[in-house]
Design a protein around this ligand. Structure first.
Ligand SMILES: [Zn+2]
Length: 193
């Protein structure tokens, strides 16, 4: 997930992975359980963290680097964390927040989601984790979980907003220079960078 609080330009540093962007079919697939946390998974997590910090983002799910496994990394300012095979055990309330995604770069939308969630899963050592999260952290967990289900932010928009967003994205990726545009998605009072 990209935080609206960190809208700095993409880093020129070479990250281990290129973040997959809208249109890449891997973003629409349901990821598989991680059955064994071996050296490959540890290396994947290291590389995902490096990629996330280079963007910069505050969360990154494995499908965003082309790996169909149920894990994500995040850092909301308290250091890097990894959740393997995450499950939302419970969710409560409702919270609107402006949300962006490294796979849909440069676009932000106000999206309604549950305010608090109870997340379970395991850490990179295979220990069970159980986290009560609210607001930004709860939002981040739900966003990354969506990626494991092949769901993108666009799926949370109303029809009109989604149509406008798709138009912007189509225009952008039809641009041979591939440079991200700052085109407004128009209407609905959307706040854009
Ligand atoms: Zn995302």
């Amino acid at each position: 997930m990209k935080s609206p609080l960190r809208r700095t330009a993409r880093s020129a540093d070479a990250a281990p992975y290129e973040v997959r962007v809208f249109g890449d079919p891997v973003l629409r697939k349901v990821a598989d359980e991680v059955t064994d946390i071996d050296g490959k998974v540890v290396k994947l997590v290291d590389d995902m963290l490096e990629t996330m910090y280079a963007e910069p983002g505050i969360g990154l799910a494995a499908p965003q680097v082309g790996v169909q496994r149920r894990l994500f990394v995040y850092d909301v300012g308290d250091g890097p964390e990894t959740i393997v095979n995450p499950i939302i055990a419970e969710s409560r309330g409702e919270w609107v927040y402006e949300e962006g995604c490294l796979s849909v770069p440069g676009l932000f939308w106000e999206i309604v989601r549950p305010k608090e969630i109870h997340l379970t899963g395991s850490d990179l050592d295979g220990n069970e984790v159980s986290i009560e999260a609210d607001e930004l952290l709860a939002r981040l967990f739900q966003h990354e979980l969506d990626h494991l289900e092949g769901v993108l932010l666009l799926d949370h928009l109303d029809d009109e907003t989604r149509k406008a967003a798709l138009k912007t994205l189509r225009e952008r990726y039809a641009d041979p220079t591939g440079s991200p545009s700052r085109t407004s998605t128009g209407g609905n009072g959307l706040s854009l960078p």
